[in-house]
Design a protein around this ligand. Structure first.
Ligand SMILES: CC(C)(COP(=O)(O)OP(=O)(O)OC[C@H]1O[C@@H](n2cnc3c(N)ncnc32)[C@H](O)[C@@H]1OP(=O)(O)O)[C@@H](O)C(=O)NCCC(=O)NCCS
Length: 339
């Protein structure tokens, strides 16, 4: 078995197709009901053009004489959370329990050690899937549990989005650039996401500034992505009180993924979260009628957000968890298990 970094400069069309097909089989088994990434989205992913990724990523493939057997991603957050390496491994459905996942993780160790990151995390491991016992067998411990929810635009009752704007606030929306007069308080409001429950996960929030927002907006445009934003503005002060945003990637134009939704502490309890998300759905279905589904992930103890999502027509589809281990402990464990 060979474990090799994926090199877009030498990859053929057949390589992209093999990865897409293998990942589709994994998706059907481990994340049933959620459509697999189409070829165009796989190409986009592997090109590394994603304004929303957690820093630089390396993609890896596992192969033997029969062809592709696995796929992995190592991400090294480069702004916040620079103490962690994020690892994601998938093994083809008919090649499991043969030690490929373990060997793949072992093959990634030099890259993890070279990165100098003391923590290794596996994010979004599906509850009840093989990923959980695998992570535990590798010595990782769960730090946070969450729920994945989806809203299907074809079947949802759109009357659920007839939510009045709370008194004292007005809604504002944009698709590309935050208005200059709101950008400073928008940057502050974005930090309110740091108040969401983190359970046992240690996670450094993004240090949002107006410049960082402008940089992100430019990166989104360069990647051909669409990131609509809805905010609630507090009329008395003119400040942004709450924000919500989605992302649609060009290779998957019918799938919207929820990014942050956050309401500043002093404005909580007025129904702003529900109002801005309802406005987002009204706008999204008008401007992008091709969107079939919106997907979101929320910590399992974030009952307010989970309830808001239910009230707008989201249903729970699966549980998710983040796992973690100290890099040194992983190295020691895999060295030991290789002996
Ligand atoms: C998780 C995954 C990568 C494991 O790949 P794999 O090649 O089957 O893993 P291994 O054969 O090396 O398994 C190592 C150990 O993990 C545990 N394990 C793996 N799958 C398991 C399962 N379905 N049930 C119970 N234990 C399991 C076992 O302890 C196993 O050792 P054993 O077979 O000697 O009992 C694979 O199931 C997968 O691709 N899942 C979907 C993606 C995912 O969840 N990735 C994890 C996030 S990084």
């Amino acid at each position: 078995m060979q474990f090799i970094p994926f090199d877009p400069s030498t990859a053929s069309g057949a390589d992209y197709e093999a990865i897409t097909e293998m990942r589709a089989r994994v998706q059907v088994l481990d994340r049933p009901g959620t459509p697999p990434l189409p070829l165009a989205a796989t190409v986009e992913l592997l090109s590394g053009q994603d304004a929303m990724s957690f820093g630089p990523r390396t993609f890896w493939t596992a192969r033997d004489a029969e062809g592709l057997t696995g796929f992995a991603v190592v991400s090294l957050p480069d702004r916040e959370n620079t103490d962690m390496a994020l690892v994601f491994i998938e093994v083809d459905v008919d090649r499991r329990r043969q030690g490929i996942g373990t060997a793949f993780l072992r093959a990634l160790l030099p890259a993890l050690q070279t990165s100098g990151r003391p923590r290794v995390l596996a994010l979004f491991v599906v509850g009840g899937s093989a990923g959980e016992p695998f992570a535990e067998a590798m010595g990782l411990a769960c730090t946070i549990r969450g729920v994945s929810q989806t809203l299907e635009t074809a079947s949802v009752d759109r009357a659920l989005w007839d939510v009045p704007t709370p008194d004292g606030y007005r809604l504002h929306a944009w698709d590309e650039a935050a208005p200059e007069e709101l950008i400073a308080s928008y940057a502050e409001a974005r930090k309110a996401i740091d108040d969401s429950p983190t359970q046992d996960l240690v996670w450094e929030g993004t240090a949002w500034t107006p410049q960082r927002i402008r940089d992100d907006e430019a990166a989104v445009i360069a990647a051909g992505q669409y990131v609509p934003v809805v905010v609630a503005v507090h009329e008395a002060t003119g400040e942004v009180a709450g924000i919500t945003e989605l992302i649609i990637r060009p290779g998957e134009p019918d799938q919207a993924r929820q990014m942050d939704t956050a309401v500043r502490e002093e404005h909580r309890g007025h129904g702003l979260g529900r109002a801005i998300k309802a406005e987002m759905m009204r706008r999204l279905t008008a401007s992008r009628p091709e969107v079939a589904r919106v997907t979101t992930q929320t910590a399992s103890d974030n009952t307010y957000m989970i309830g808001v999502n239910h009230s707008l027509g989201y249903t729970d589809v699966r549980t998710l968890a983040h796992y973690e281990i100290a890099t040194e402990a992983l190295v020691a464990r895999l060295r030991h298990s290789a002996a």
